[in-house]
Design a protein around this ligand. Structure first.
Ligand code: PGA
Length: 239
């Protein structure tokens, strides 16, 4: 795994943006795997600003998202579908029909099957990932089999706690999600995993230096042939 160390969140976002822009210019029909959460927001702001200033086009880019909360409709302000529209898609010239995210309101079993078929039809050229403080990637919580594909997951207590900052009350955080599996993630041709802040330092240390184990789902990335970790000083402080 290649590691790019930056001073802070802004530097991490700059490095991630440079890689995404290069991928989009190299192949204007590329498929990007996208993530939600606080981590990629700086990257998404840069993509929107660059689209406005330099005209980088996403007209033929396709996207697939990692996960979605079960029970939240796509127009719910805490749904990941809404997050992606507000924080990225509405600011680009991307065709909404080319943006894919699992439905939080469809029958979960059927939706997992549908999403897996979609992922097979849309292999990702570049996958963006964040990392949970417990080492999860997407909503693949500790203990998820490395061979997993899209599945329904009961969120870990630590994830519910981490994500409750985005909801009015911790009780409002959905308890279930649909997530791309670890095997789906590993099928991306290239992966960028971003980490910023003190609360990620243990997960980052495990990712870089610990054993490759299902107890730390992100550690599977060490087996990927083209994965880059972009990490700021605070998140890298145990390396
Ligand atoms: P965050 O979430 O970007 O909001 O820290 C990352 C994750 O849980 O994967």
């Amino acid at each position: 795994m290649k590691i790019i160390r930056t001073t802070d969140y802004e530097g991490m976002s700059d490095a991630a943006f440079a890689a995404v822009k290069e991928a989009v210019l190299a192949d204007p029909k590329a498929t990007l795997g996208l993530a939600t959460g606080s981590t990629p927001l700086g990257l998404y702001k840069r993509m929107i600003a660059d689209h406005a200033a330099a005209g980088t086009s996403y007209r033929e880019i396709k996207t697939v998202n990692l996960d979605e909360y079960v029970s939240l409709p796509a127009d719910h302000p805490q749904s990941y579908a809404y997050f992606m529209r507000k924080n990225l898609f509405d600011g680009l010239d991307i065709d909404p029909a080319n943006t894919h995210i699992a439905s939080g309101t469809a029958d979960p079993g059927e939706e997992c099957v549908r999403y897996n078929i979609l992922l097979e039809a849309l292999p990702r050229d570049l996958q963006i990932l964040g990392i949970g403080s417990n080492g999860h990637i997407a909503f693949n919580e500790p203990g998820t089999p490395f061979g997993s594909v899209t599945h329904l997951v009961a969120l870990a207590e630590s994830t519910i706690r981490d994500n409750s900052r985005l909801f009015e009350k911790a009780e409002d955080v959905p308890r279930y999600a649909i997530t791309m599996g670890l095997s789906n993630i590993m099928h991306a041709k290239r992966i960028l995993i971003l980490a910023s802040g003190e609360n990620k330092k243990r997960a980052v240390s495990g990712l870089v230096k610990g054993p490759v184990t299902e107890d730390l789902p992100a550690s599977i990335l060490r087996l990927h042939p083209d994965c880059t970790l972009i990490v700021d000083e605070a998140a890298a402080s145990l390396l």
